[in-house]
Structure formats: structure tokens, C-alpha cells
Design a protein. Structure first.
Length: 213
């Protein structure tokens, strides 16, 4: 992924739904867990969310946040288990689909990544981060046109925040044989991201493209 895993974008995104009404104690534990997760106090979040899960194992919101915590603490197996359960329990939970898609991406399951993120973006179409991950998943599958489409969407939605996706867009354009466009995009990426660890790769690609007649 082109350096987009920063912050905690999937915290505080899910909305409580009519089908996930919690008993007071479970709701209290969930709220405390969400607050601790948002502050990156992972041990505290784990304690509260595990309590909430024990009290409400079939709650889509509880499974969602348990899965998000597992994702951010590197437990992909648990993240997959709880995020998969969250989307099964609540098929309209866009953030759960988006978080699940990122876990599939980290697992290098790019076909599943694309399928899940397409569903998530249909529910929540304003996530530049998900568009960028989806574009990268398509690029990994050599579907360069779809990769280009979603990389461009990420840049349109996220603007400066998504500028790191310029490298992905440049790679897709180069793979499609659109040399001049690729050069323009990669030059912009290098200018905007001089300190990125991808800049050297972008500069190498620019050198190769400029050498092509």
C-alpha cells in the first residue's frame, strides 16, 4: 500500500443501528472502548471491548470495534473474524467493509480486497483511503484501468491528504502506455512528496519513462 496506513480512520465511523440495541452495561463498555481506541490506548480499549463482546457477542457494532482494534494491533486473524461477523450481522455497515478490505489487502488477497471494498464504497463513497487501497488491489491484479480509475478518485476526494496516491496513479498510467500523463503525475508526486520513501522509486520510474522514445 502506498503509505496510507496513518491515523485511525475507521474509529468512530460506524453508526449505531436499530438492529444493534445494547443493554446499558454493554453500551457503556463499548463507549469506553471506543473512546480509548480513539486515543490509541489499546490495552484499555481491549479490556472494555472484550467486556462488551462478552456481554453482547452478536452485536455488529461491538464486533466491528473489536475487529478494528485487532487490525490496529496487528492481530489479522482476530480482525478478519470480527469484521467478517460485523458485515454479516449488518450488511449496511460501510466502515466495516472498508476495514475488512484493508485486512484482506494486508493478507495479499487482492481479489477479495476488491470485492469487499467495492461493497463498502457503495455504502460509503467518500473514503479516499479506501479508493486508494482498491486502486492498488486492482493494480496488483494487473487491472490497470480500474487501478487508474480508483487512484484518480482517491486524489479527487482526498486532495492533498491523498497526494501519496499519485505514485499509484503514475504506475497505472505507465502500465497503460500513457507515458506523458504518467510522467506528469509522477513529477507532481515527487514535488509533493519529497520525503516519501517511495520518491526514489518514482524518480527511477521517471528516468525509465523519459528514456523511452
Amino acid at each position: 500500500m502506498d503509505r496510507i496506513r496513518s491515523g485511525l480512520p475507521y474509529v468512530h465511523r460506524a453508526q449505531a443501528r436499530g438492529g444493534s440495541i445494547l443493554a446499558p452495561k454493554a453500551r457503556e463498555e463499548l463507549q469506553k472502548g471506543k473512546a480509548a481506541l480513539g486515543e490509541k490506548h489499546f490495552a484499555e480499549a481491549k479490556s472494555h471491548l472484550e467486556n462488551a463482546l462478552r456481554l453482547a457477542p452478536s452485536s455488529p457494532d461491538v464486533n466491528y470495534y473489536v475487529g478494528v482494534l485487532a487490525y490496529y494491533t496487528g492481530n489479522r486473524k482476530s480482525a478478519l473474524e470480527h469484521l467478517q461477523k460485523a458485515v454479516l450481522l449488518d450488511p449496511d455497515n460501510g466502515p466495516a467493509f472498508l476495514a475488512l478490505g484493508e485486512v484482506y489487502y494486508l493478507e495479499k488477497d487482492y481479489a477479495r480486497t476488491a470485492n469487499v471494498l467495492e461493497q463498502g464504497l457503495a455504502l460509503q463513497p467518500d473514503s479516499w483511503r479506501a479508493e486508494s487501497v482498491l486502486g492498488s488491489a486492482y493494480y496488483k491484479q494487473a487491472d490497470y484501468e480500474k487501478g487508474r480509475e480508483h487512484a484518480q478518485k482517491a486524489l479527487t476526494i482526498g486532495k492533498d491528504e491523498a497526494s501519496g496516491t499519485g505514485f499509484l496513479l503514475g504506475k497505472c498510467l505507465a502500465a497503460l502506455g500513457r507515458k506523458m500523463e504518467a510522467i506528469e503525475v509522477l513529477e507532481a508526486f515527487v514535488a509533493q512528496q519529497p520525503a516519501s520513501d517511495l520518491t526514489r522509486s518514482a524518480q527511477g520510474m521517471l528516468k525509465e519513462l523519459r528514456a523511452v522514445p
